[in-house]
Structures are given as C-alpha cells and as structure tokens.
Ligand binder design. Structure first.
Ligand code: F6P
Length: 557
C-alpha cells in the first residue's frame, strides 16, 4: 500500500496500466468501433447531455484499470475533502470551494467551521439589486445619464471565464433580448492598444467600469484601471468615480485605497481560485449587468447540476471523472501531450482560451503536492478553435501528423437557426455534419487498399493515406442556453481537478507565474530610471541589455 507521500506512478494500478499500453497498441479504433457492446458501454447521458467516449483508444478493460487507478489515487477521498472545505490547496493553505459559488441557497458548505453559502448569496443578492438599478436606469452616471455600457477590467481568471460566458450568451435568444441597448467589453491586456479598442466609440458619461481583480495588485489590471479612471475623470471630474467605477475583489482594503467606495465593491473569497472564479462576482457582476441576474442564475444552476453529479455519481457513470481519467490515460500512458478542444459552435469560440488557463495553470506542475519531483509529466497542451474553422487550419496535423486527442462539442439546436429555401439541409445541419464526420475520419482513417480500390495513382497513395486510430470524444448538448453553458464549464473544471488528484499534484496553486512578474519589476525600475535620469543599464545579461538598449535608444531619440 502506498504511503501518503508515495507517487501515483509507484502504485500497482499505474504499473498495470503501463503494461496495458502494449495491449491497446495492438488494437485499432476501426476494429474497436465495430464492437457495438463496447461502444454502448462507453456512452452516457446526464441531464440532457450525451457523452460518447467510444472513440478513445481504450477498452472496457482499460476503463476498469483507470477506475483502479482512481482508487489508488484516493480520488473519492480527495473529492470529498474538496467539498468538505478542507485546505486542499496546501501551498496556499486554502480550501477550494468554487462549488459553493453555485450552490442552492439552502445548501450547507463549510470551511473552517463556517457555512459559506449565506455569504455567497448575500453577494449574489447585492449583485442582483445593483445590476437591476443600473439596467433600469435608477442608478445614473455623473451627468444624470443611464449607464448602458460596461467595461470589465481584469486579466487571467478575472477575464477569460467571463469573456467565454459572455461570448456564448451573446447569441442566445433569451440573453439577446435581455441585453438590448447594452454593451459589455473586456479590457485585459496592458497593451495600450487594448485600452484604445475598449474605449473606442464609448462615452464616459454612459459607461460603468468594473475593476475585477482577486488580489487588486495585478500590475496590468491596476494600470488599466488607473487609465480608465483617468479617462472618466478627465471628462467628468474626480467625483464621477463614485458613480462610474465599481470593483470585484477579495481585497476590499485595496479597493478603497484605489478610490472606489467599498459599498460599490463585490466580494469573493480566498477559497475561490482565480481561474475557478467565473461563478463568483468576477463573472456574475459583469454578466448580470449585461443580461440581467435571472439569465446568469440559470448559468449557475447548470454548473450546480454538474457539481451534484460529480459529487454523488459512481465513477463509472461520472462525466468529469471519466473525462479526467481518460485524459490521464492519453497523457501519461499513451504519451499524447496535447488536447484539442473543438466546439462546433461559434458561440463557444472563447471556450478553449478559458480552458487553457483552467487546465494549464492548474496542472502544469513539476512536483507532487508533497513537493517531490515528478518522474512523469503532468498537464496537457490545450488549444482549440471552433469547427469548422479549425478544419481549414490545423486539422491537417491532427489527421496525418501528430496524434492529438480531440474533444468534439456540439449542440442539437442552434441558437440562431437558418434554413434557406432550396438548400439540402439547414445551416446548423451543415455545421453538425462535420461534427459527426470528423471523429470517424480520425478513428477509421483511410487505408492504401481503399485508395487503390478508388484507382488513386500509386505516387499519391502515401499522401492520401490516413492512419486513423486517433482518439476523440464527442459531447452533445441539447442547446447552448445559459444553463448548458454552466454545465459545460463545471464539467471541464472538475475534469481538470480529477486529473490533478490522480497525478497527485496541487491543481489549485500557480507559483509558476511568479518569476516572470518579479523580473518584469526589475525591468520596470530600469526603464523608469533610464527615462527620467538617463541611468545606464545595469544588472542584465548581454542579450537583455542589447534588447533594452535598442528599445531605449529609439524611444529617447
Ligand atoms: O497570472 C496569474 C494570475 O494570478 C492568475 O492566476 C489570475 O487569474 C490572474 O493572475 C489575475 O489575478 P487577479 O484576479 O488577482 O488580478
């Protein structure tokens, strides 16, 4: 039996899977897919969702071995510890309770002996009230005009999740109706070009700025917030900040120091990781301002449905658990280090960028949760684009180059159906034809024999051959309502956690982002003193000195 500090790769279950790789290498998806019984066992339905993972390079035996790995990793206990509010983020001594952000009002979720659900709902109620005031025009700007436009300033977890949900709701008929006459924009990059793009066409008199930062110290966000404060005060005077700027943060003292009235601040808590914060005020405030609280509440309910499923469903029927285990299988055993997220939905165009942070910031680690160096790699390289755009871009590599497990995500109904007279199918059918076809193209491929039968000339046969046996999974949603968006988000959040729990790492810290920030501080100081006092460059290596010299020469000339 493994000790508490033993690595998962030292367990019998891990070694069993290592040995099993050879068995799987002898199979081909072309054959595995002809076993209807196997395929049936690799499909499951929950709350309107249909997951088909029959195109994974795995058999029922593989799944059983992965479930043994889950046992060896003490997955049940780890999930319970998360829901029980234990400080599982040990390097930051914090609990991990994003599930509490979408829990029903009467739920009890405790950490440090305290039920956090009432606090969550008091912030949600405050958002509801505030957003209704803004949307109804009962809260007006400094010159008496209603605030119809919102710029949310934030980066990383304080940006990507809300942007993803906003982009998805932008074409949902119910949300469209609720957002009439309003705009929501996001300012993330410290590049002044992003500021210019954000304020372009907006009037400070009718704009509300929401500064979103868990720490309220992030350099990019704070400079962008000061830049927008300047934009407001230059045209409306300093007192306008009280009417035109609000904040979302865990650090209410710094919010006040910045000059934002603490009454206009919306709190969240250190038990919410930045990349897991879209269901806190981080996402709920900007989205409620744009779409109204009732739409956003549906999104929270969708996420909560998956939270309950994840907590209580046996692993063999548990969507995030199965997906997490399959990702571990692909990365750690089959050696596939990337994962493509391919929504057949333009509305999900910002889903992959959000999951990139959720997954890569969580699981890109080099040591175990106990600090032991890992002899195996964790995390995967996540990327993606909506189908069918991706097909005309990088799918060549996926079909004939490297093997990259793909997540195909599609919807039964379109948010914006179009059916032209005389067309064979409607536009959504056309899109979804590709969603259904691509996984089989990857799985089956095309053999030289097939090409010969088609009289393809000999010299082209190698070029037109598709090896196949490339794994994918298909997730079919009924539609893309706010509720479904919440489900999708929670599935991926929990899947990433499952992977981290199995690998035995801390998926909830992010020390790897710190070093670059520290070095940038050194450069910032140098740029300031060189600009203001002409101080010579000092303390940088040859390469950086040369680059900085060129930068300063051009600027100062
Ligand atoms: O880039 C690192 C990071 O700390 C992320 O984890 C976080 O989402 C982002 O910066 C923004 O942080 P904050 O919300 O504190 O401004």
């Amino acid at each position: 039996m493994a000790s508490s500090t033993a690595l998962i790769c030292e367990t019998a279950a891990w070694n069993d899977l290592k040995g099993h790789v050879e068995d799987i290498k002898k199979t081909h998806l072309r054959d595995l897919m002809s076993d209807a019984n196997r395929c049936q066992q690799m499909m499951l339905e929950f709350d309107g969702l249909l997951l088909d993972y029959s195109r994974q390079c795995a058999t029922v035996e593989t799944m059983n071995k992965l479930l043994n790995l889950a046992k060896a990793a003490k997955l049940t206990e780890k999930i319970s510890r998360m829901y029980n509010g234990e400080h599982i983020n040990s390097t930051e001594n914090r609990s991990v309770l994003h599930v509490a952000l979408r829990a029903p009002k009467d739920a009890v979720i405790k950490t440090d002996g305290k039920n956090v659900v009432p606090e969550v709902w008091s912030v949600l109620d405050k958002i509801k009230e505030f957003s209704e005031k803004i949307r109804s025009g009962s809260w007006v700007g400094a010159t008496g005009k209603p605030l119809k436009d919102v710029i949310a300033v934030g980066i990383g977890g304080s940006f990507l999740g809300p942007l993803f949900v906003h982009t998805t709701l932008q074409t949902d008929p119910e949300a469209v109706e609720c957002a009439k006459g309003r705009q929501l924009r996001f300012l993330a990059n410290i590049d002044p070009v992003d500021v210019a793009r954000n304020v372009n066409g907006l009037n400070p008199e009718t704009t509300l700025v929401v500064v979103v930062s868990k720490t309220f110290t992030t350099a990019e966000t704070m400079l962008n917030a000061r830049t927008l404060r300047e934009w407001i005060t230059t045209s409306l005077g300093a007192p306008a900040v009280a009417k035109h700027m609000v904040a979302v943060s865990t650090n209410l003292a710094l919010v006040e120091k910045f000059g934002i009235d603490p009454n206009n601040a919306f709190a969240f808590w250190d038990w919410v990781g930045g990349r897991y914060s879209v269901c806190s005020a981080v996402g709920v405030l900007p989205l409620s301002l744009q779409y109204g609280f009732s739409v956003v509440e549906k999104f929270l309910k969708g996420a909560s449905s998956i939270d309950q499923h994840f907590q209580s469903t046996p692993f063999e029927k548990n969507i995030p658990v199965l997906l997490g285990l399959l990702s571990v299988w692909n990365v750690s055993f089959l050696g596939y280090s990337a994962r493509a997220i391919l929504p057949y939905s333009q509305a999900l165009e910002k889903f992959a960028p959000h999951i990139q942070q959720v997954s890569m910031e969580s699981n890109g680690k080099g040591v175990s949760i106990d600090g032991l160096p890992l002899p195996f790699e964790t995390g995967e390289i996540d990327f993606g684009e909506p189908g069918t755009n991706g097909q005309h871009s990088f799918y060549q590599l996926i079909h004939q180059g490297r093997v990259i497990p793909c997540d195909f995500i599609g919807t039964v109904k379109s948010q914006q159906p179009v059916y032209l007279k005389g067309e064979v199918v409607n536009n959504h059918d056309e899109l979804m034809s590709n969603f259904f076809a691509q996984p089989d193209a990857l799985a089956y491929g095309k053999t030289p024999e097939q090409l010969q039968r088609e009289n393809v000339s000999e010299n082209l046969i190698p070029h037109k051959t598709f090896s196949g046996n490339r794994p994918s999974l298909s997730l079919l949603l009924p539609e893309l309502s706010a509720y479904n968006v919440g489900q999708l988000l929670a599935i991926y959040e929990h899947r990433v956690a499952v992977q981290g729990f199995v690998w035995g790492i801390n998926s909830f810290d992010q020390w790897g982002v710190e070093l670059g920030k520290v070095l940038a501080t050194q450069v910032r100081k140098q740029l300031h003193s060189s600009r203001t006092q002409g101080t010579a460059l000092e303390g940088f290596n040859f390469s950086t000195t040369t680059l900085l010299k060129r930068y300063l020469e051009v600027i100062m000339s």
